[in-house]
Ligand binder design. Structure first.
Ligand SMILES: [Zn+2]
Length: 404
């Protein structure tokens, strides 16, 4: 156990780092006794006591009533408080806008979903709905007595540039759209709150990996209204030079394949996207995400038409994963979105063409696992990423608490 000097004498940087260790522990593990925090963080009990004092007097943590430890001696647990603040994540999907308001540690406070009717090629109409949903949630947060300290807008599309914009969203018929400018123009006063735009797949991937405790080297492949993915290396998303690294739906996997909306031929989406899986069955009316969920249910039930469509697609999913696994050497492959329920057949397709493992063992073979968060992965991931940004910089949190 490292011997930390009393909190009053350590430099601001060290103090912030140690506060950050305690906040991270409370956010991830939940209410904990000081001795448990000390064991988990390596800080001495004296240091934990002094730092806990700073957090409780700032309103960032509070003591829970003593509970019996089973051996007679009562145990006082510390929990994350921050009752005056909230985090907001908003997902802009091809069918609807969903907002999730949470506490600093990610507990759900309020949720709102509104269909936008999928007006193809009309960003203004979708941004109107987005702004209405955000205003509604900001109002609800105010009624709950909480100030929203961070807004994350998540697009199911690649984003990039400075300022960050949606680069293209084929499921909405968008080219470049400045979503944040549209939002701040529609909601007066919102520009006082930190607001960011990101793609769904990196945050969804990191959220799934956190819950699955699956390590930091992973491939994430998901399907909802589109096919997307992320490559995670040493815990970080590989976004590449222009921000669209991990666009696994547009890996050109089929030789001389069909033309894709991206300009290439034979992308994975041309054989495993919503269109090829569902054919021309009028799915556009109910929205691609709902239609794909129904499709997966039909595959599971053995519906011959759905099974045939899936069996035509799944070898290409397997081959895409074989290529990417040799390129990136992941510890785990996470299948997210609606395809999570079809993990078994994806794993079979993946394993159909793999190298011999040294000594005949398969310990180097990445596990293929189903995501557990379903359609909520990106929203959860976005609020957890916001939580981690604040936890990494407790001085910012202390400042916010003083302003409340
Ligand atoms: Zn493509």
């Amino acid at each position: 156990m490292s011997e930390a000097p009393p909190a009053s004498r350590v430099s601001g940087d060290v103090r912030n780092h140690n506060l950050s260790l305690i906040l991270a522990h409370l956010a991830r593990v939940g209410p904990s006794a000081r001795s448990e925090i000390s064991d988990a963080t390596g800080l001495t009990r004296g240091a934990v006591t002094a730092l806990a004092q700073i957090l409780t007097s700032a309103g960032l943590a509070r003591e829970l009533d003593s509970v019996s430890s089973g051996k007679g001696r009562p145990l006082t647990k510390l929990e994350l408080a921050a009752d005056g603040v909230a985090l907001l994540a908003v997902q802009l999907a091809s069918d609807d806008v969903t907002a999730l308001l949470t506490t600093l540690s990610g507990e759900e406070l309020y949720r709102r979903a509104v269909a936008h009717g999928r007006p193809m090629g009309d960003p203004e109409a979708v941004l109107d709905v987005l702004a209405r949903v955000v205003e509604d949630v900001l109002g609800e947060s105010k009624r709950l007595g909480r100030r929203v300290i961070d807004i994350s807008v998540v697009a199911l599309a690649p984003v990039g540039g400075e300022p960050t914009i949606v680069l293209a969203d084929v499921s909405l018929g968008w080219l470049q759209v400045d979503v944040l400018a549209g939002l701040t123009a529609r909601i007066p006063g919102i520009d006082g709150t930190p607001i960011r735009l990101g793609s769904d797949t990196p945050v969804a991937a990191l959220a799934e990996l956190e819950l699955l405790k699956a390590g930091g080297d992973a491939l994430y492949l998901k399907s909802d209204s589109n096919v997307g993915g992320a490559i995670i290396s040493a815990g970080r998303n590989i976004e590449g030079a222009h921000g669209f690294g991990g666009s696994l739906g547009h890996v050109a996997i089929v030789p001389d394949g069909l033309p894709c909306e991206c300009g290439q031929h034979g992308c994975l989406v041309t054989v495993a996207g919503v269109g090829p899986l569902l054919g021309d069955r009028g799915w556009a009316k109910q929205g691609p995400s709902v239609a794909l969920e129904e499709f997966v249910t039909r595959v599971e039930a053995g519906d011959p038409e759905a099974v045939a469509a899936w069996e035509a697609a799944v070898p290409w999913i397997g081959r895409t994963l074989q290529v990417l696994a040799m390129a990136t050497n992941p510890g785990v492959i996470v299948i997210g979105g609606h395809w999570a329920r079809l993990r078994d057949s994806i794993e079979r397709a993946f394993l159909s063409n793999r190298p011999f493992a040294p000594g005949g063992r398969d310990e180097f073979e990445p596990a293929v696992v189903a995501g557990v968060l379903g359609a909520d992965a990106a929203l959860r991931g976005a609020v957890w990423a916001a939580r981690d940004r604040f936890i990494r910089d407790p001085s910012l949190l202390l400042k916010i608490q003083r302003l409340n």
